[in-house]
Design a protein around this ligand. Structure first.
Ligand code: PMT
Length: 410
């Protein structure tokens, strides 16, 4: 685990009726080891899989199962319990529980608590792979994501029912890590950060256009990591296939490079940091036909392009004091091309990555970055983009704070 953010936190663990419930005992033990005050709430079905006595012994607190249990309500009412929690994690979360949560039901203590709490909620789904893939479950999960519920897993592998596939509850250590991440860090606390992500779409006619394969994964992971590092994040995104991170509250959708420039300039006042991850088209068709272009007799079609504005360079020109981070997407000479972009765009840091080939950064889940600034080159990765994003935010925060200190002492 990175820095322990869990020490002293109050976490409510919900247990629903699945075979993975036996692993919740290990989750509770690990949370206690990390200094967490743990309270456990079980559904009636969960009691068929694990005894409340086990969880009581491990958590050091009475386990609750009933909404109105006279003795328990006398200690801490269910509403007080909902207010008490700094975070709620339901592990395992069955398909039935997910459906009830998505529909706002309050028909037992756990669903009532989830409805009554203002604390962040995470669920660790665990079920048969077909139940997980069913459109009903996927719809319910999508609804929960839009409400800010974090979905931890599920993992893939052998299932208790004898099948193989997605639906296993994540390992207790991974769930502890995810809870730790929910409390974030304070590396960029109070800092305003604007990030661009995704591709751009440069129209040719009403149905066709020029774009690229950026999925938004890298930029969205950076936006999410920045929120968890305490930054006030605005995300400006062109077309992307990746779902928006639930943590990001300020979002502007754009289409073309010029849209992106206008929106960035509209949002730039008061920003401290600009991270330009978007794969912006360097050129656009010089004219856009209002009608769909017809096929011509000639085998070759010539098209004229004009240069798009360079958003990264423009931001630094208009706001020289901002700390700007650019990306360089290259097929060759990564570091030397990255250095050229550092100087040409007057960026404070360039994160250079390979695109193209089997292991290119574009569209993939993982990446490797060469971080280039005026003092040298640092490599991060290979790793999943979520991990790369966290490490990049750490690297940016060190340089950003060093520069701010320097500016303040001048
Ligand atoms: O979205 P994913 O599938 O996860 O893929 C991630 C990524 C490969 C797109 C990302 O990691 C990345 O490399 N983004 C930058 C892509 C790019 O446009 O690179 P570039 O070398 O062409 O541009 C250099 C920098 O200038 C970039 O910061 C870019 O955002 C910026 N730029 C470029 C052109 C332009 N007109 N305006 C700009 O601001």
């Amino acid at each position: 685990m990175q820095t322990n953010q869990l020490n002293g936190k109050r976490i409510l663990i919900g247990v629903t009726g699945g075979i993975a419930a036996y692993r919740t005992a290990e989750l509770v033990r690990r949370l206690r080891d990390a200094g967490v005050d743990v309270r456990v709430v079980m559904t009636a079905n969960a009691e068929a899989f694990i005894s409340s006595l086990t969880l009581q012994a491990l958590s050091g607190n009475p386990v609750r199962t009933e909404t109105f249990d006279e003795a328990a309500e006398a200690g801490m009412s269910h509403i007080e319990l909902a207010r008490w929690a700094d975070a709620v994690m339901v592990a395992p979360a069955t398909a039935g529980f997910i459906a009830r949560l998505a529909n706002g039901l309050a028909d037992d203590l756990l669903t009532t608590l989830c409805l009554a709490t203002e604390a962040p909620i995470a669920i660790a789904p665990a079920m048969n792979r077909v139940m997980w893939a069913s459109p009903a479950t996927q719809d319910n999960v999508a609804r929960l994501i839009t409400r800010g519920v974090a979905i931890s897993g599920p993992g893939e592998g052998d299932q208790a029912c004898g099948e193989v596939g997605p639906g296993r509850m994540l390992q207790p250590e991974d769930l502890v890590e995810q809870l730790n991440d929910m409390f974030g860090t304070s590396l960029l606390s109070g800092v305003r950060l604007l990030v661009t992500a995704g591709s751009t779409w440069e129209a040719i006619d009403p149905v066709r256009g020029i774009t690229n394969r950026s999925s938004g994964k890298m930029g969205y992971a950076i936006a999410d990591a920045a929120v968890r590092a305490g930054a006030d994040v605005t995300l400006v995104s062109g077309p992307a296939s990746e779902p928006l991170p639930a943590s990001v509250r300020k979002f502007r959708q754009v289409t073309s490079a010029r849209d992106m420039l206008h929106t960035v300039m509209d949002e730039i006042d008061g920003q401290d940091l600009f991270v330009s991850v978007a794969a912006v088209a360097d050129y656009r068709p010089s004219s856009v036909s209002k009608r769909k272009l017809k096929k011509q007799n000639d085998d070759v079609l010539h098209m004229e392009f004009i240069k798009n504005p360079d958003i990264l360079a423009e931001v630094k020109k208009q706001k020289p004091g901002i700390f700007s981070v650019g990306f360089a997407a290259e097929t060759d000479n990564l570091v030397s091309e990255g250095r050229k972009k550092l100087l040409a765009k007057r960026a404070d840091l360039i994160a250079a990555n390979f695109v193209g080939g089997d292991f290119g950064a574009i569209g993939s889940d993982s990446n490797v970055l060469e971080l280039i600034d005026r003092s040298g080159v640092t490599r991060i990765g290979p790793a999943l983009k979520s991990t790369i994003a966290e490490q990049l935010i750490e690297e940016i925060s060190v340089r950003f704070h060093a520069q701010s200190t320097l500016q303040n002492t001048r």
